[in-house]
Design a protein around this ligand. Structure first.
Ligand SMILES: [Zn+2]
Ligand SMILES: [Zn+2]
Length: 332
């Protein structure tokens, strides 16, 4: 029938351009595919082949790529509005209960109502100025898990220029994923690496942030800066689709590689529909491709709800060795 005639060439196309999926391709070919996929990233070294120990203790062959964690296709920010009169263009976004809110001036005035707590006071009631972290010291004190009380009721923003010039992140991800049979949390490894080299992180620790009467907005691309790991995403918005090459007319573009090595596609199919048959981690195997994920809704604060296979590592030391089965050393 006509359908299969149309479909088959796309099958072939998809199989050969999907990066991170278990194929019969040799390691050299896979590294080349990964390098091509990450061509929009600021790569310092790699991708190269390394030995690694995955989260479940499996010893494996991984690729290692060291990047400067900043996008090249846009300038990150803005995050915190400066005044309660600022427009949405002067602030970022905040995620609450599945909803993406613009952090404009009006949003700052509505926090007490939104969270049902009159202790919220992120702005000076006399001047309308928003209280925000304007220095590296303030950002560090406010971004740590136990927020310095002096920065309660502040909008937290850390600027990319606070990062040392030589700050890098090294992603160590299995070249051949283990079987997709787990539902492991993303909080240690994060979710993956985006095609522009930016970390697709675990959910932001919203309870701790809100508990200190702070918000730490994301820019409109879903990213913000943490002084330890640099710019990273907590939501996938249109920004990645805009720079991605559509892999398949029926399945949309691959926007990242998960920490377990499986590909991550856009949330929706090109016709705007949700992919069918997704598992708890938003992964599936369908007629066109081996196991892969579809990124979660931006408002969910979970780019991937879980990882289906054993994760590799994200290292701040480019010479570090990945043992993802070791006790976590990451911030809580
Ligand atoms: Zn963050
Ligand atoms: Zn799919």
């Amino acid at each position: 029938m006509m359908f299969s005639k149309v479909w088959r060439p796309q099958l072939a196309l998809l199989c050969c351009f999907v990066v991170g999926v278990a194929t019969t391709a040799g390691a050299h070919e896979k590294l080349h595919q990964i390098e091509t996929f990450l061509s929009g990233a600021q790569i310092v070294s790699g991708p190269s082949e390394v030995d690694c120990t995955l989260a479940g203790g499996t010893t494996a062959t991984c690729f290692s790529v060291t990047v400067i964690p900043e996008p090249q296709s846009y300038t990150p920010g803005p995050w915190c509005p400066r005044s309660i009169n600022d427009t949405a263009a002067q602030g970022g976004i905040w995620l609450e209960n599945g909803v993406v809110h613009d952090v404009d001036g009006a949003f700052v005035t509505k926090l007490a109502e939104l969270y049902g707590d009159t202790n919220w006071q992120l702005f000076d009631p006399e001047t309308g100025d928003v209280r925000f972290t304007g220095t590296l010291e303030a950002c560090e004190a406010a971004a740590r898990p136990n927020v310095d009380p002096a920065y309660q009721n502040h909008c937290v923003e850390c600027l990319p220029e606070y990062m040392p010039d030589d700050a890098t992140l090294t992603f160590v991800i299995p070249l051949t994923p283990t079987e997709p049979t787990d539902q492991a949390p993303t909080d240690i490894s994060g979710s993956g690496i985006a095609l522009n080299g930016v970390r697709l992180d675990a959910p932001a620790p919203v309870e701790a942030i809100l508990g200190a009467y702070t918000i730490a907005p994301f820019d409109d691309c879903g990213g913000h800066v943490n002084p330890h790991v640099g710019y990273h995403y907590h939501a996938v918005t249109d920004c990645l689709s805009e720079i991605a090459t559509p892999t398949d007319a029926d399945h949309g573009a691959q926007i990242g590689i998960a920490m377990d090595g499986y590909p991550i596609f856009e949330r929706l199919l090109p016709d705007g529909s949700e992919p069918v048959g997704l598992d708890a981690c938003r992964g599936h195997t369908d007629a066109s491709a081996a196991y892969h994920y579809h990124a979660n809704d931006a408002g969910s604060n979970a780019i991937l709800p879980c990882l289906s296979a054993e994760a590799g590592c994200v290292l701040t030391d480019p010479d570090g060795v990945c043992d993802a089965s070791a006790p976590p050393r990451r911030r809580p």
